[in-house]
Design a binder for this molecule. Structure first.
Ligand code: 2BA
Length: 109
């Protein structure tokens, strides 16, 4: 058995959860925050049998788009003043960041 951990954009989470549950996967949604943008994102946990992994990855791919986001980064005004001004930098986020890990035990107690 595997655990799929997918970090996705908040806007993609609703349709992703709908499609996963429609396909009878069991899903947990966690509210999370990206360390770089410090903005909210969604982490989705899916416990699946090994032969279902490809279908889960497919559903994630179908629902998650990449997006351009702006982040403000400080830059020195000059090398010697020590004064920094913020300037916008564009980063590409996602579609989805996906980890697949082995599950040692799956228990319902
Ligand atoms: P954030 O950490 O907020 O990162 C948002 C986007 O900023 C990243 O998109 C990437 O394009 C850029 N970025 C992140 N760290 C950077 C850095 N040190 N220098 C330059 N650019 C950087 P994605 O790579 O698609 O990641 C989206 C979200 O997935 C991340 O949000 C984070 O919450 C998660 N994530 C990505 N890779 C991860 C990893 N190896 N471990 C844990 N979480 C990860």
């Amino acid at each position: 058995m595997k655990l799929v951990i997918a970090i996705v954009h908040d806007e993609d989470a609703k349709s992703l959860l709908e499609d996963l549950t429609k396909s009878e996967f069991r899903v947990t949604k966690l509210a999370s925050t990206g360390g770089f943008l410090k903005a909210g994102n969604t982490t989705v946990l899916v416990g699946v049998e090994d032969d279902e992994i490809d279908r889960v990855k497919e559903i994630i791919g179908e629902n998650c788009q990449s997006r351009k986001e702006m982040v403000t980064s400080p830059a020195p005004v000059s090398g010697t003043t020590g004064v920094f001004i913020p300037y916008p930098v564009e980063v590409t986020v996602g579609g989805a960041t996906v980890f697949v890990v082995d599950v040692e035990e799956y228990l319902k107690l």
